[in-house]
Design a protein around this ligand. Structure first.
Ligand SMILES: [Zn+2]
Length: 345
């Protein structure tokens, strides 16, 4: 890899607090920025905050050091514990959905020695009811859960599409009976036992009360030019289109800026710089969808591996394959040892 000048200013780096994060139940949108949210509903607590004990931040060059982070994100449990573990390793998702006021970041007016935080909190403070509040920004639990779900559902469709798994995709892609329209259903399929049966999927989803999302994909009147590319009954190309439109939808909202970097030879090179961790992860997905990056699940450990530049046949980590071989030959040796023992007795 090329070395560039001034890493902080050029590469995308994302901070994570050195003393970790916690869920704050008492935090509420407030302060100058928190009051500015005009469109209800306001995000609800709890919020994920770095602990007031934070003394500094570690940084990750996400695009270079964690190219498959979007896949790890898709795999995390959308629980408080699961999210906390992820945040402790990689930091928050954004610079904060809103400013919040919380007792954990406050002290009585005129008693600065009781100030509970050590780091800057942007150096700003809010005053309210005789207390001084540090200005902190945060994402809510709901925000995290929605983002995990969006990523997980899209990654799932992409994974099935990559495997050309038409049976699995029949849960997701639905053709109308006359073949004139296609719609999609996204859901947490693990909650359903037998959800491949066409037709009654919505009944099953509603009965199981699992989260889902549904909508039209293409019809004569809605993206007719896309419909014309589909072969009636086919689920593969519509699945690819679903992934395409969901990535585009996210990238429309998330900011990724082009930037010029100076390389070793003082020549200018392009670099695309995401604004936050969430944007970085959707950008990773974008690069994977275009084939610039390739990832596959290891058939032994089930974790994602970067197989960019590896052969199409790659199916497992070399380490996993070795461990498997050792395990098998040990089992074999134990078996034959056992047989010999029975023979001699
Ligand atoms: Zn493995």
């Amino acid at each position: 890899m090329q070395e560039y000048l001034d890493i902080e200013q050029s590469f995308f780096v994302w901070p994570r607090a050195d003393r970790g994060y916690y869920w704050d139940e008492q935090a509420r949108p407030g302060g100058l920025f928190g009051e500015m949210i005009e469109n209800p509903p306001r995000p609800e607590p709890p919020y994920l905050l770095e602990t007031p004990e934070t003394t500094g931040f570690y940084t990750t060059r996400v695009m270079e050091q964690e190219p498959a982070l979007f896949l790890k994100f898709a795999d995390i449990q959308p629980t408080r514990e699961g999210i906390l573990e992820f945040a402790n390793a990689y930091g928050p998702l954004t610079h904060g959905e809103t400013e919040v006021l919380t007792p954990r970041y406050s002290y009585p007016e005129g008693r600065e020695e009781e100030k509970p935080w050590k780091h800057g909190v942007f150096g700003l403070c809010d005053q309210k009811d005789g207390r001084i509040y540090g200005t902190v920004f945060a994402d809510s639990l709901k925000f995290w859960q929605n983002e995990i779900r969006d990523m997980r559902w899209t990654v799932q469709v992409w994974e099935w599409f990559e495997k050309r798994d038409a049976v699995a995709l029949e849960r997701v892609i639905h053709w109308s009976k006359d073949g004139q329209g296609v719609s999609y259903v996204l859901a947490d399929w693990e909650g359903l036992s037998d959800a491949t049966v066409k037709g009654d999927i919505m009944d099953q989803i509603k009965a199981a009360r699992i989260p889902f999302s549904t909508g039209p994909l293409a019809s004569k009147d809605y993206h007719g030019e896309v419909l014309a590319r589909f072969r009636p009954g086919d689920v593969l190309l519509p699945a690819q289109y679903l992934v395409q439109s969901r990535i585009n939808e996210k990238l429309q909202k998330l900011v990724i800026r082009p930037r010029l970097l100076m390389n070793d030879h003082n020549q200018l090179e392009p670099y695309l710089c995401p604004k936050n961790l969430l944007a970085a992860m959707w950008f990773q997905f974008f690069r994977t969808a275009t084939g610039e990056k390739r990832f596959r699940r290891c058939s032994i450990c089930g974790l994602w591996a970067d197989v960019t530049g590896k052969t199409q046949r790659w199916s497992r980590h070399a380490d996993c394959a070795n461990r498997e071989r050792v395990r098998r030959s040990r089992a074999k040796a134990q078996n034959s040892g056992h047989k010999m023992a029975t023979r001699s007795s």
